[in-house]
Design a protein around this ligand. Structure first.
Ligand SMILES: [Zn+2]
Length: 177
């Protein structure tokens, strides 16, 4: 009888230990998980064009969400002529630590362009709005590394900037008269 009791007790003890081990492993695995969490963000994207308003250019590419400095995106449209869109993005905390982000193409008058081309184009367009007093387009464009544009859009991007420059000049003249 005692032998039977010991046998049953041993089996019960082994079963308990086995269960416990499973729990420990399980919680250990669980502890790893929180490092890779999915982050939800809203990114504002405009269409980069010769007539994109200033406030839209400025907010292009800005992200909003719980993990970001600004929690909520502004109400759209920004101003008349605003073509901004609020795009929902998901990426992992790993992306944030590594400095990578979901690769996005950016909309422009020239079609979809890369993030790098979009940033340069945006900076040129903003400069044109800020510097509408400057007389020559070549002086203005010289301040930028236009060779950094992808070869296939470079000349089109420069013509777009030229168009924006001419429009800014006309606007300026109309405002003065
Ligand atoms: Zn806008």
């Amino acid at each position: 009888m005692l032998k039977l009791f010991i046998a049953v007790f041993s089996v019960a003890l082994l079963y308990w230990l086995w269960n416990k081990k499973k729990q420990i492993f399980y919680s250990r695995n669980n502890k790893v998980d929180p490092f890779i969490t999915t982050i939800e963000a809203i990114e504002l994207q405009t269409i980069l064009a010769w007539d994109t308003p200033r406030s839209c250019l400025e907010s292009h590419g800005i992200r909003y969400g719980k993990q970001f400095k600004i929690k909520n995106p502004p109400k759209l449209p920004h101003v008349a002529g605003c073509r901004c869109e609020a795009i929902k993005l998901f990426y992992t905390s790993d992306d944030v630590f590594q400095g990578t982000s979901p690769t996005l193409t950016h909309k422009s008058e020239l079609g979809d362009i890369s993030a790098k081309d979009a940033l340069l184009l945006k900076n040129i367009l903003l400069k044109i709005i800020d510097d509408s007093e400057s007389d020559s387009f070549s002086d203005l464009i010289e301040q930028f590394e236009t060779n950094s544009f992808s070869a296939e859009i470079r000349s089109k991007a420069i013509s777009l900037a030229k168009h924006a420059f001419a429009a800014a000049k006309t606007n300026n003249r109309n405002n003065k008269s």
